[in-house]
Structure formats: structure tokens, C-alpha cells
Design a protein around this ligand. Sequence first.
Ligand SMILES: [Zn+2]
Ligand SMILES: [Zn+2]
Length: 348
Amino acid sequence: MSETNTIQITEQDLSQTKHAPIPAAMHSTTNTNSAAASKPSTSNGVARAEVRMGRADNESGIIWVTSIFMVIFHVGAIAALFFFSWWNLLFAFVLYVLAINCGIGMGYHRLLVHRGYTVPKWIEYFLSVCGTLSLEGGPIAWVATHRVHHQHSDKGGDPHTPQEGTWWAHMGWIVTGQALNAQTSALAHYAPDLAKDRFHVWLSKYHWVPLTALAVAILAIGTLVGGVKVAVGLMLWGIFLRVTLGLHATWLVNSATHIHGTRRFETRDESRNSWWVALVTGGEGWHNNHHAYPVSARHGLAWYEFDPNYYGIWILQKLGLAKQVKVAKFTSRDPDETGQRGTHMTTL
Ligand SMILES: [Zn+2]
Ligand SMILES: [Zn+2]
């Protein structure tokens, strides 16, 4: 299957970026808008872009480049276990927080995909660079893929729904699916806001550069300070094991939280709230809350729903750096103290 076949859009579509469908992911709730957004709409008689990333449209043979990297990282992760030290563990933990919490959770997901809050450009760029350290690709591909997920959640065209197999939803869509090979120009339909930003376009093209530079710096500084064995230990923990665990944590949001857990809201998908996925992703596991209120920068709505990615956004807000923080307010009392009934969106 050629790359162009994976994205079913026309040349005319590519010239109509300004008409690109803004997916339900950027609306205030999925409940009322997702049905309309999931229908291919027309403009001047031309079908608008509809990126179909489901298994039926995208499964192919093994994607060798991706698969070889996955094998290398998993082997490196196992090798790391033979180089355990508390310093290596701490180093991996700090990089995990930077890549998965700051980069993916606060950055790619809650800021870039859903625009749940605003920050100065330099913070947006910093969080995006952190996101690339997760080896989950550049911001445009990640954002577009996730907006397609919200548009077609658990229906045909969803990039990674467990309705098409648990293994497919977790890792299969990465190693045997063509979705990530889509051209940036095609994906840009789903991320027109990022496609016009030169930094995001550059970072999307060279998303592997920050992680590679970090690895080289770890090897160089580690060797200088502690010798080759110290450098290799830091490298295995800080890059290979940390990246591998971060990938699986993120993939669990696609697989596990569309299968296991509780449903607080009757969304039109199979999303669930899972405390253990929330634990390893910094709050992304409160996925049923998220599908019900995708724009909310806060995913853990009850006090006991641990959501460190939101606490990071809250700190940025207290520092005066994050503004227009949109949060879903969960009311166990009905109406609440302000007279509002039911769960509702508010802007802090
Ligand atoms: Zn989902
Ligand atoms: Zn989302």
C-alpha cells in the first residue's frame, strides 16, 4: 500500500486547509458534536478531508524501520535492568516526567490537541520539545492522529480502537499500520493551527533530533564524569528503559482505557476511567472524563482522581504563565454552591 493510499483525501482538499474540519476534539463536549464532525462534509461540492486511520484502511505488513527501533528499545530496556543504581532510577524518573508528563500530557495532549489552556509561545515550544523525547513522533502527526481518534472514537477510522483488536490498539497500529507514515501535509488538515507555525513544522520533521542530542550528551558527559560504564548505565535507563515504559504507558490510554474501567459519563465511545493508567501517565487514564469533556485541562474531576498533569498546569497558572485554563467542574452536589447543575465547563 502506498503512502498516499492511506489518507483518503484529494488534491483539492490540500488546497483548502482553511476549511479543514476542526474535530470534535476542540469542541466543548463530544456528546453533541461528534456525530456531526464524524460525517464527511462538503464545501463547494468537494468532499472535505476525512482521514481514515482505522485498521481496515491502514493495516499492512510489518513496518520495518519502526519495528527495528521498537526491538532495539525493548532490548535496551531489558539490558538496563543489569545496570541498576538509584542514580540511574532517579535520572530515568526525571526524564520520564519531562517527556510523558510535561511533553505528552501537558504539552501535546492538553495544550496542542485540545487547547485546554494558553501559554506564551516559548513554553509551548519547550513542552513540545519535551514531547519529542518520548519517541512518539513530532507534534503535527501526534496532534492530527489524536484529533482523528476523538472524531471517530471506537468507530471505523479510529487510529487505535480496541474494537479492531486489543493488540492493534496497543502497539499493532504502530508496527503494522500505515497511519504514522501519512504525509505531514495531509495530517496538517487536522492540525491547521500547528501547520502554519514554522517551529512546529520544523520540529515535526526533525522530531528525532532532541532525543538523539540528549543521548549523545548523556554518553559524552557520563563518560567524562564517571567513565564508560556510568555513561552506558545512564543511557540505558534515561533513554532506552524510560522511552519504552513511556511508550507503553501512552499506548495503554489507547488500549486499556477503551476496555477496562468505569464510565462516569455516557459518551458515544467505549472510554473508561482507569486509576492505574492514570498513575503511569500522570492523569491521562481518566479517559472517560476526558472524552466527555475533551477541552478540559483537568482530567481527574473528583478530588481522589490523581491528575499530576493538571497540577502542572495549575502551577503554571499560579505563576501567571498559563491563562484561559478551561476545566470541567464535577459537582457531586446538584446544584453546587454557585447554583450550577451537573458537570459543566468553566474557565479559570
Ligand atoms: Zn480515547
Ligand atoms: Zn484527547
